[in-house]
Ligand binder design. Sequence first.
Ligand code: SF4
Length: 299
Amino acid sequence: MLTGVHFLLTYSCGFECDHCFVYSSPQAKGTFTLAQMESVFDELTRMETVKRVYFEGGEAFLFYPLMVEGIRIARSRGLEVGIVTNSYWATGDRDAELWLRPLYEMGIADLSLSDDSFHSEDDKEGPTSHVQAAAERLGMPTGVISIDRPSVEISEGGEQDRGEPVVGGSTMFRGRAVDKLLEGLPTRPWQEFTECPHEELRNPKRVHVDPYGNVHICQGLSMGNMWRTPLSELVKAYDCNSHPICRPLVEGGPALLATEYGVEHEDRYVDACHLCYAVRKALLDRFPEYLAPKQVYGL
Ligand code: SF4
């Protein structure tokens, strides 16, 4: 049962982080219009199962009036609201409060702040600290999303196993991370990646929707297009067994996805997502309804 919908309000962002799995940048195109956003809310009302929406991107604060209107609509329909931001807009504690107060007054359940070495140098006086100070004064709940850079670690190793190099850190190897962060990392044979480790592909509880109509189950892996088939119908009809990408992923992970469609690939990959992303990228033109938009594949 779908309970969460995340608006990728825009793909645009002032930053161009190496780990960004939707390939956001200042040049990235694609932003919701007000009419599009309203039509999604109408579908959520029809579905009755969604309890919380998030506004994220890209960087949602770049389109502050649109985000504010989205929050207003969500709250008027009884939905909880979360926001994800890189805090670029916070130039001081009191200034940050100017941006937050109207949101606080509408009721925000979660303000998640992206704060790690990809987004900024370690700076205790930086924008995140201003947002945290302002949010604390207002009594607004905040959390921090911090992604570690990938590192090489040695596995614990059992009695028979002397330990082997593995990838540490919380980077997901999808999107720009695949093009920017793989160098020097240990790899494993592709046949080992027989399951999807992160997403509930059989029964997704949350999806990300984008301005092109894609309903992402994982970034760039779509249930279908909600501008062609209404979101409520897409969700109701979704069955991973008849989805050409999700079915093999559920039955045998990225390894089966590669085998089933005869995709040429390398012998070794850093992790399951790395193989999955590479295979999906090779299949883009074959399944344009389900693998989209191309820009999250760096194209
Ligand atoms: S294996 Fe594929 S579908 Fe699963 S989380 Fe990784 S990239 Fe997403």
